[in-house]
Design a protein around this ligand. Structure first.
Ligand SMILES: NC(=O)CC[C@H](N)C(=O)O
Length: 365
């Protein structure tokens, strides 16, 4: 079989080689991040928060259990490309529908295989998140620079959000999810607890939220720099003023920004399925799934919020809780997809709180 070689070529001229797999015409460009999860490659690549990013999987063997349509976190592979060390093209799981190669071709995306992902990860740890393009062997650096110049990661949520509102019927509380790039697992965790879910586009106005008559609102995960989408903050402020709110990842960052805090870029982000956190309320350690490149500086909020979750590696703020109102936010992913389910109880806590809030209102009537 003829093998095409490809390069992951960084803005500083550094390049890493591998064998090209997937669509031969795809030119991936974006930020390069590494994910340390040992399983869950399909969920990672279909998570809309990876829009505009090239993902290096540090686990050395990928593809051995194939891909399965219902395991996807959305309808597309949003990651620009994936870089792996060893790829198994003949999956061993009986129910597996597609090999990894077919999965890539289905989405017209590409991978580099056989790359020294340890050296690449060490480079990213030292240099921090950097931009690169995936090009076939023989491409000139001039062409690489033309691709690099086209990278635009601002306002990414508007590329991945649902164009239309939709509902997932349920007999329980009415939850409105603002979709900045929502993962299926979040909708699934709400639905399986009985919620009637209304999903609104990222552009939803305060009136649209009100018209959906929510008992509570979830602000979803999503791609890009939270500081580049100030136009969504008036709706977030309306939500915080009127409804019990649960912010997940980008949703947490938007709560921070709406309340007067700032966000900043981490050196190489947290992307993996084994990140330890401290829950200040439950007084316990959680092992969590994470995927974020930015974080909230919480100091300006601390008169109204407490830092409920802290990362045990680097003290990053990993979640906030309002001191008196039902507002909870997490920088990590309680829905896992992929990862451990240690923090699934946060969905129960959020839904429990809004049931209590509803009962309180009835008492006052
Ligand atoms: N998963 C997410 O919601 C990511 C949030 C944001 N895009 C970040 O990288 O920090």
């Amino acid at each position: 079989m003829n093998q095409t070689l490809g390069w992951l070529w960084f803005e500083d001229g550094t390049k890493f080689e591998g064998v090209w797999l997937g669509d031969p015409d795809w030119r991936a460009r974006g930020e390069v991040v590494f994910n340390t999860a040992m399983t869950g490659y399909q969920e990672i690549l279909t998570d809309p928060s990876y829009y505009g990013q090239i993902v290096v999987l540090t686990y050395p063997l990928i593809g051995n259990y194939g891909t399965l349509e219902q395991a996807s976190e959305s309808l597309f592979m949003w990651a620009e490309a994936v870089i792996v060390h060893r790829l198994e093209l003949e999956p061993t799981r009986g129910a597996s529908l597609e090999s990894f190669d077919r999965f890539l071709r289905h989405y017209h995306k590409a991978a580099l295989v056989g790359t020294d992902t340890r050296a690449l990860t060490r480079y990213l740890r030292e240099e921090g998140t950097k931009r690169a393009v995936l090009v076939p062997d023989g491409t000139s650096f001039d062409e690489v620079q033309q691709h690099l110049a086209q990278i635009d990661l601002t306002r990414a949520v508007f590329q991945v959000t649902t164009p239309e509102a939709y509902e997932i019927p349920g007999s329980g509380p009415r939850i409105t999810v603002i979709d900045y790039g929502v993962k299926n697992s979040i909708l699934h965790e709400l639905s399986r607890r009985g919620a009637h879910v209304t999903v609104l586009p990222a552009t939803a106005s305060a009136e649209a939220v009100m018209a959906s008559k929510p008992d509570g609102v979830v602000l979803s995960n999503g791609p890009g720099d939270p500081g580049t989408i100030p136009e969504v903050l008036p709706t977030v402020r309306h939500v915080l003023d009127h409804y019990p709110t649960f912010g997940i990842c980008l949703g947490h960052q938007l709560i921070g920004l709406a309340e007067g805090a700032t966000t900043y870029a981490l050196k190489f982000g947290h992307h993996g399925a084994n990140h330890p956190l401290w829950d200040e309320v439950q007084k316990k350690v959680l092992i969590t799934s994470q995927n974020h490149g930015y974080a909230v500086r919480a100091t300006p909020l601390l008169d109204r919020y407490r830092v409920r979750f802290t990362h045990l590696h680097d003290d990053t703020v990993e979640g906030l809780e309002h001191v008196s109102r039902p507002i909870l936010s997490v920088q990590h992913h309680p829905e896992a997809g992929p990862g451990p389910s240690d923090s699934l109880y946060l969905f129960d806590e959020f839904l429990g709180r809004l049931t209590a809030a509803r009962q309180g209102e009835r008492h006052e009537e």
